[in-house]
Design a protein around this ligand. Structure first.
Ligand code: BG6
Length: 483
């Protein structure tokens, strides 16, 4: 294994999101968020995209408790009360950064409030102070699937242009308040998720909308403008900060070298990179404008929108990386599910227990391709293995499979850096066990730290170090030289 590949100051760490760890969903003035409404559904009863709420009737049934009271994201892992203990463990691993998100409805409970909730702001002050005490840089996602529910009910989410101003007010509040504490920001987590899940990505109930694809891209346009305005505000308020976008990156391979497969893969890739084309290059790419034309989609833009996008591109590109996809030019190929996306099965790759295809070399390919296309610093802000863990009789958790997964991915990241790619850092997903985004399971674990809780909220919530804890600590201590 090559030595000395990672630059000095490389930002090693871990990542979580407020809705998956905090709990305390109704404390200290927090309003409801979209994910507070997603109940746990046992595996045998699960359909497709269980997290998607599609209609007002469905939402009302959830609010009325018709689908039970097991809403795992409402309880998280109680980070809200245990953040000191958790951060101490991150510090013990030597984290240089910790990626967390701020819960929008903790700051603006209804989303459209004029004044922020002081108790919410004070909570994150305490969290940031605790991180900084250990020299851990906070990396903050402003919106990670935490849209205030009121914005869904009253405005149908991002479909309504007024959300731009609500979001900018929220972002500016954060920049002003935390300007001395937070130097790394991300606007929207996995901004491309709305094409799969309009409720989670854009807070939209699709039964209210006729031309669904049009609605999705219109909402996304509002999110792009909001993001660019947040970039502008961040640069003005915190000149020494960096602010990035965040993409669920899906590198797509052609199934064979048949030109039809190659073209299909290229087009899938374009669809995925459309988002970063707008946010990094500052303009809608021509292939997307043609796509809109062909699909009868008209994006309503206001004067000045294109200028805002062009004038305020992000400083860096961050992305989540869990898998790669395969595209076929032949219609009706059987698809393999990923976290939210699906593609043709790759016979050369193994899959996780959740069917996600594991592809460490794909990370190197991804990094090289993104850097070729954009020439901006890259940040891997999510990568990891969701797996079932077993606590042995002696209390140990021997997650060698997780070490194996992370080792292979970090090694390929090192190779990409050796190839000349500028990578700022790496935050492995779910550094402490948390509630799964797509399935609301607790039993799907990513962490170096085990949390004693099951899918129904039973357990002591005690934290326990897994075998991977010491392993990652060594990786960081040696700046990635010892994997
Ligand atoms: C990403 C999300 O899609 O994948 C995270 O940004 C999520 O919020 C992660 O947790 C892993 O997905 P899951 O469904 O296993 O939690």
């Amino acid at each position: 294994m090559a030595k000395g590949r990672f630059p000095e100051g490389f930002l090693w760490g871990g990542a979580t999101a407020a809705n998956q760890v905090e709990g305390a969903f109704d404390q200290d003035g927090k309003g409801l968020s979209i994910f507070d409404m997603v109940p746990f559904v046992p595996k045998e009863e699960r359909g497709d995209l269980e997290m998607e709420v599609r209609s007002e009737a469905e939402l009302n049934a959830l609010l009325a408790g018709d689908k039970g009271d097991n809403f795992p994201k409402r309880r998280g892992i109680d980070f809200y009360h245990r953040y000191k203990e958790d951060i101490a463990l991150f510090a013990e691993m030597g984290f240089k950064t910790y990626r967390l998100s701020i819960s929008w409805p903790r700051i603006f409970p209804n989303g459209d409030d004029l004044e922020p909730n002081e108790a919410g702001l004070a909570f994150y002050d305490k969290v940031f102070d605790e991180l900084l005490k250990y020299g851990i840089e906070p990396l903050v996602t402003i919106s990670h699937y935490e849209i205030p529910l009121n914005l869904v009910q009253k405005y149908n989410g991002w479909h309504d242009r007024r959300l731009i101003d609500f979001f900018v007010r929220y972002a500016e509040t954060l920049f002003n308040r935390y300007q001395d504490k937070v130097k790394y920001w991300l606007t929207f987590n996995e901004i491309n998720i709305s094409t799969i899940s309009p409720y989670i990505g854009s807070g939209m109930l699709m039964d209210r909308l006729e031309h669904k694809e049009q609605a999705i891209y219109q909402a996304l346009h509002h999110q792009f403008v909001a993001s660019a305005r947040a970039v502008k505000a961040c640069h003005e308020i915190i000149p020494d900060a960096m602010i990035g976008c965040m993409l669920a990156r899906m590198e797509t391979y052609p199934e064979t070298c048949h030109p039809d497969d190659v073209l299909a893969a290229l087009e899938e890739d374009q669809k995925n990179l459309f988002f970063t084309d707008v946010q990094v290059r500052g303009a809608y790419p021509s292939f997307m404008l043609k796509y809109f034309e062909k699909h009868n989609i008209t994006i309503e833009m206001e004067p000045g929108d294109e200028e805002i996008l062009a004038a305020h591109p992000v400083d860096f590109l961050s992305f989540s990386y869990y898998m790669t996809m395969v595209a076929s030019g032949a219609p009706d190929k059987t698809k393999q599910r990923g976290n939210f996306f699906s593609g043709v099965k790759n016979p050369y790759l193994e899959s996780s227990d959740w069917g996600w295809q594991i592809d460490p070399k794909g990370l190197r390919i991804t990094l090289k391709k993104l850097y070729d296309r954009y020439q901006v610093p890259l940040f891997i802000v999510e990568n990891g293995l969701g797996a079932y863990d077993t606590v042995e009789e002696d209390g140990s958790i021997n997650d060698d499979y997780r070490i194996e997964y992370l080792r292979a991915h970090i090694d390929q990241m090192g190779e990409a850096i050796s190839d000349g790619v500028d990578v700022m850092g790496y935050t492995s997903w779910g550094c402490i066990d948390l509630i799964s985004a797509s399935t609301s399971e607790m039993s799907k674990r990513y962490g170096f730290i085990y949390v004693d809780q099951d899918d129904y909220g039973n357990g002591t919530l005690a934290r326990k170090k897994k075998k991977s804890f010491e392993w990652y600590k060594r990786v960081i201590a040696t700046n990635g030289e010892e994997l």
